[in-house]
Design a protein around this ligand. Structure first.
Ligand SMILES: [Zn+2]
Ligand SMILES: [Zn+2]
Length: 153
């Protein structure tokens, strides 16, 4: 079972952006910022719901699906999980990125995938691609998780 009526939900331009895709998330939060296209993997929604349940407070999705063009514009990796609807950059009000990173590691779906800590951006990247992968990102380059954690304090 998954959210969104299937493992992989492709709304395309015709997808209704105001639709609820899981109990606490709406399609508009995941649409590509440049063109409005949207692909959301049901597993990503399951992980985000688990994360929301852990804190009991809203998880803000800063970036979800990205079309290839938009991904290139924001300097994303060519193999970015954002381009296949399996990644989200998130923040939780009142919880620093270091805390969100820790919570994400306690969600099995994300623990098996990728979790990136962006202390300067103030967000955490989570994805349900092949893993486990962990990284920190500071000053435009990949750093160790320990260094990124230290920057959160
Ligand atoms: Zn786009
Ligand atoms: Zn990301």
């Amino acid at each position: 079972m998954g959210f969104g009526g299937g493992d992989r939900e492709g709304g395309g331009m015709s997808g209704r952006w105001w639709e609820r895709v899981s109990p606490h998330f709406w399609r508009r939060e995941f649409v590509c910022r440049c063109c409005g296209e949207c692909v959301i993997d049901g597993k990503l929604l399951e992980g985000l719901e688990a994360l929301r349940a852990k804190g009991g407070i809203p998880v803000c999705v800063l970036s979800g699906y990205r079309c290839v063009r938009h991904n290139r514009e924001v300097g994303g990796s060519p193999k970015s999980q954002h381009c296949v609807g399996r990644a989200a950059d998130i923040a939780i009000a009142g919880v620093g990125p270091g805390g969100v990173f820790e919570w994400a590691e306690q969600v099995p779906i994300f623990a098996r995938g990728g979790i990136g800590l962006y202390p300067w951006g103030g967000f955490v990247h989570v994805d349900v691609g092949p893993g486990p992968r962990r990284w920190g990102w500071m000053g435009g380059r990949m750093v160790g998780v320990a260094a990124a954690r230290a920057a959160c304090e």
